[in-house]
Structures are given as structure tokens and as C-alpha cells.
Write a protein that binds this ligand. Structure first.
Ligand SMILES: Cc1cc2nc3c(=O)[nH]c(=O)nc-3n(C[C@H](O)[C@H](O)[C@H](O)COP(=O)(O)OP(=O)(O)OC[C@H]3O[C@@H](n4cnc5c(N)ncnc54)[C@H](O)[C@@H]3O)c2cc1C
Length: 429
């Protein structure tokens, strides 16, 4: 069953709305990509640029999934921290993976510049803010990241953070000046436009229903078409179905929500006085930023294993916003929506070759803007035989998601995190 979602949402904010034809008949290709989110689109563009004949099949519309609905925060790192990665890979490979995550940020930045994607509206700066006093730990951690990876991170003491984010909640923050935020749907559509211009065949409303993956030439079937290709890439994110059962068993769909307020420049700027975006450091905390030239707030938050939408997404998020910024009590919400992320149990992306010619590129969690760029890139490099950097992700395999027990564990963990965050915030008052 298709998860429920609000469909009158993000697409209203898009600059353009090209349509791509449904796939029909027999189509021959070098590579068939299943899923038109940023992972699939990045791979499609790179493979097309390297001369491969690419067919991309998207069940709905280009960037219809998480890639078009997300908060637009682009920063280095993964959904899990360096220490957890190190425990599985050792320090050297963990550092290499982190540097790859930085490369992901640059891939997105370069695409925006080189393709002149003005409606991606990139704005520099993402601040990570704490609701408690870390007693030097935040500053020390940011200095380490600066030293080890050259990230441009600036520590913001309490006075400075409260001057930019006018909330009594925040105690300190770090501002990553090399990170940025942008309009992800406009970016995704621009990648599709460029891939199509260079010769990729992009098809919307073409859900893949079955695949024969054993032969040298694989066959991928939609209702109206049969694509025959040497390579198949599954990039179906949190909307992954049962076409490749190993993939379905290996991820948990996790929902998160976003709202967009009405236009009220004076009111929103009474709360947020910077173009930098803010990430509330509570585990699964809020993420928000000014959009539309500082006229509105885009506010995201909450995570849940419930994949059908509650009726009151806007009210749920609005409560968080007003608790943080009481001066926004009269600010109205214009639209709200949900999206599904794909999480593996190890919280790292799942990137690799399942069997010869069958690739997977998924599970980017809540950190997909830089990591889909990496995933699409290293898979394309692997298919083109340029290198095997995709093997860096081998320690993070298609482990079983734990089924219903996995879901319950995630929800319980989230609630216990919320409780721990609330206690820590309370102690810092
Ligand atoms: C509300 C929200 C806020 C977020 N905020 C941020 C953020 O600020 N920064 C950040 O880094 N990350 C963020 N994320 C995470 C990020 O958006 C995702 O990790 C990333 O977009 C995943 O991209 P993807 O290409 O793997 O999947 P998706 O973008 O979900 O694309 C998968 C596509 O596959 C298609 N598909 C599925 N099955 C089939 C099939 N059988 N046949 C054909 N097509 C199929 C779907 O229709 C979908 O379009 C957020 C996510 C959400 C939901």
C-alpha cells in the first residue's frame, strides 16, 4: 500500500514543472535507474555525461519523494556520527568516508554553479544550536572538526546566538560557514532537465513492478514498458517496495514533517535575524530557516515510524515553533507536508552492488542532501569502471531492519531521546 501523504505541498513552491512521458514499449539502455530522487538523478546525470545510455523510471514525478520535500540543509557528515562509523570501519576508513561526505556538499554546490541553477536559491551557513550549556564540549568538538577536516566552523557564544535566533531556549551554537541551504525540488528538477538534455530518457508515472535480474541483460518491467539494460540501479529511498526483497527488508521508512508559514517579514525577522539555517541539536530536533527572501519560515521537525499522515501536521509543528519563539504566536501556517526517509539499522547509506550489474543506492536518512550526491556519484563511477569507491560503504550492508521489532525499537529510542533532551534542557535553565 502506498503511504499516505499530503500532495498539495512542496510542488507549490517549485519554479518549473516539466513533465516527462510515461515509459512505453521495449526500451534498450546501458543503465536503468529506478527512482527519480536526488540519488537516482545524480547517478543519471553523471552516467549520461560519461556517454552511457540511461533510462530513469520514476513512479510519480521527478523529486516527488524526500528529495523534493526536504528542509534543504546541505552539510558534511552522515545520519550517524564519526565515532559510530569508526567503530565499524576503523579510523582511517571513517575519515575517508567523512571526506567523501564533504565532497558531496561540493558536488551539489558545483552543480548549482555550473548549471546556473538560480532557482535553487543557495544561502550560506548552517548553525547547530544547543538548548543546554555543554561546558566547552561543543567548542572543543568544532575545533577538532576544523583541525581534522578543515571545516569552516565558528563558535557562537550565548549572546551571539540569541542575537541571531531570538529565543530564550538557546545557550550556544556553532556556525558551519561552508554548509548551505537551498530549494531541493528546484535543484532536483534542474538535474533531470540537464540529464534529459544530454540524452537520458526520463519517465514519470512509471512505477517498476517487477525485475528479472539474473541474466547479463536485466529486464525491468512497468505496466506499459520493458527496459532491457546491463545495469540496474535501485534508488527508491523511503518509498522502496518489494521489487528487490533484499532491499525492502533492509530499511525502515521514517516520516518527518515540514511547514511553511505565511509571508510576514517583520514578524519572522523578530525571531530569526540571519539567513543561516538552524539545526536544533536535540536528537531528532527541529530544523528551520528563512525562505522567500526572508519573508517566511520553513520549519521541519519530528520523526516517527508512522508512515500515514496525522491530520494535524501543521498544528504539531506549529506548537514546536511557538514554544521556541513565543513572539510567533500570531504567525499563520500556509502549508505543511510529510516525507519518508529511508534508514538502515546502522544509520549509514546502503551503497553497493548486490550482484553483478544490480546496484543499490539508498538509506540516506535525514542527511541525504550531500550523501545522495556521493551515492549517485560513486555508483556511476563503479558502473563506468572508473574506480570502486563505492566499496568504502561495504561495512554498511543490507542488514535486516528487524521488521516490526525494528520499528518499535526506533520509536522507543526516539521517545527516550526526547525525554533525555528535555531533562538536559531543564537542567540548563
Ligand atoms: C521532510 C524531510 C526533511 C528532510 N530534510 C533534510 C535536510 O534538510 N537535509 C538533508 O541532508 N536531508 C534531509 N532529508 C533527507 C533527504 O531528503 C533524503 O535522505 C534524500 O532526499 C533521499 O533521496 P533518495 O533519492 O534516496 O530518495 P527519494 O527522494 O525519496 O526518491 C526515491 C524515489 O523513488 C521512487 N520510487 C520508489 N519505488 C519506485 C518504483 N518501484 N519504481 C519507480 N520509482 C520508484 C519514489 O517515487 C521517489 O521519487 C529530509 C527528508 C524529509 C522527508
Amino acid at each position: 500500500m502506498q503511504p499516505a501523504y499530503i500532495d498539495t505541498y512542496y510542488s507549490r513552491t517549485a519554479a518549473t514543472s516539466e513533465h516527462y512521458p510515461q515509459a512505453r514499449g521495449r526500451i534498450e539502455a546501458d543503465v536503468c535507474i529506478v527512482g527519480g530522487g536526488l540519488a537516482g538523478l545524480t547517478a543519471a546525470l553523471k552516467l549520461t555525461r560519461s556517454g552511457r545510455k540511461v533510462v530513469l523510471l520514476e513512479a510519480q514525478r521527478v523529486a516527488w519523494g524526500a528529495s523534493g520535500r526536504n528542509g534543504g540543509f546541505v552539510s558534511a557528515g552522515y545520519a550517524t556520527g564519526l565515532a559510530a562509523i569508526e567503530r565499524r570501519t576503523g579510523p582511517d576508513q571513517a575519515r575517508e568516508l567523512f571526506r567523501l561526505s564533504m565532497e558531496g556538499v561540493e558536488i551539489v554546490r558545483n552543480n548549482i554553479q555550473e548549471l546556473g541553477i538560480e532557482d535553487a536559491q543557495p544561502e550560506p551557513g548552517i548553525a547547530k544550536a544547543l538548548r543546554y550549556d555543554s561546558r566547552g564540549a561543543l567548542q572543543a568538538a568544532s575545533e577538532r572538526q576544523q583541525r581534522e577536516f578543515g571545516l569552516q566552523i565558528r563558535y557562537l557564544p550565548r549572546d551571539e546566538v540569541r542575537a541571531l535566533f531570538v529565543s530564550p531556549k538557546y545557550h550556544e551554537a556553532v556556525l558551519d560557514e561552508g554548509a548551505f541551504h537551498f530549494h531541493p525540488l528546484n535543484y532536483g528538477r534542474a538535474l533531470a532537465r540537464e540529464a534529459s538534455r544530454l540524452g537520458a530518457s526520463i519517465h514519470e508515472h512509471s512505477p517498476v513492478m517487477a525485475a528479472e535480474l539474473d541474466g547479463v541483460r536485466k529486464i525491468v518491467r512497468t505496466k506499459e514498458a520493458e527496459v532491457v539494460a546491463e545495469h540496474v540501479v535501485f534508488a527508491t529511498g523511503g518509498y522502496t517496495g518489494g521489487v528487490l526483497p533484499a532491499l525492502k527488508r533492509a530499511f525502515l521508512p521514517i516520516a518527518t514533517y515540514v511547514l511553511l508559514t505565511e509571508q510576514a517579514p517583520e514578524l519572522v525577522q523578530s525571531a530569526i535575524r540571519t539567513q543561516a539555517a538552524i539545526l536544533d541539536d536535540r536528537r531528532a530536533g527541529d530544523y528551520y530557516r528563512l525562505v522567500d527572501g526572508g519573508n517566511r519560515i520553513l520549519w521541519g521537525g519530528r520523526i516517527t515510524t508512522r508512515t500515514t499522515d496525522p491530520r494535524d501536521i501543521a498544528a504539531l509543528l506549529r506548537r514546536e515553533m511557538v514554544t521556541t519563539y513565543p513572539q510567533l504566536t500570531s504567525l499563520k501556517v500556509e502549508i505543511a507536508w510529510s516525507g519518508l526517509m529511508s534508514y538502515a539499522r546502522h544509520l549509514m547509506p546502503q551503497i553497493g552492488q548486490w550482484k553483478p550489474g544490480v546496484w543499490y543506492c539508498t538509506a540516506f536518512g535525514g542527511h541525504g542532501m550531500n550523501t545522495t550526491a556521493i551515492g549517485g556519484t560513486v555508483i556511476a563511477e563503479g558502473i563506468a569502471g572508473e574506480n570502486d569507491r563505492y566499496r568504502l560503504f561495504a561495512p554498511f550492508d543490507l542488514a535486516w531492519n528487524g521488521g516490526i521489532f525494528g520499528r518499535t525499537a526506533v520509536q522507543l529510542t526516539y521517545w527516550s531521546y526526547q525525554a533525555a533532551d528535555a531533562a538536559r534542557e531543564f537542567r540548563s535553565r
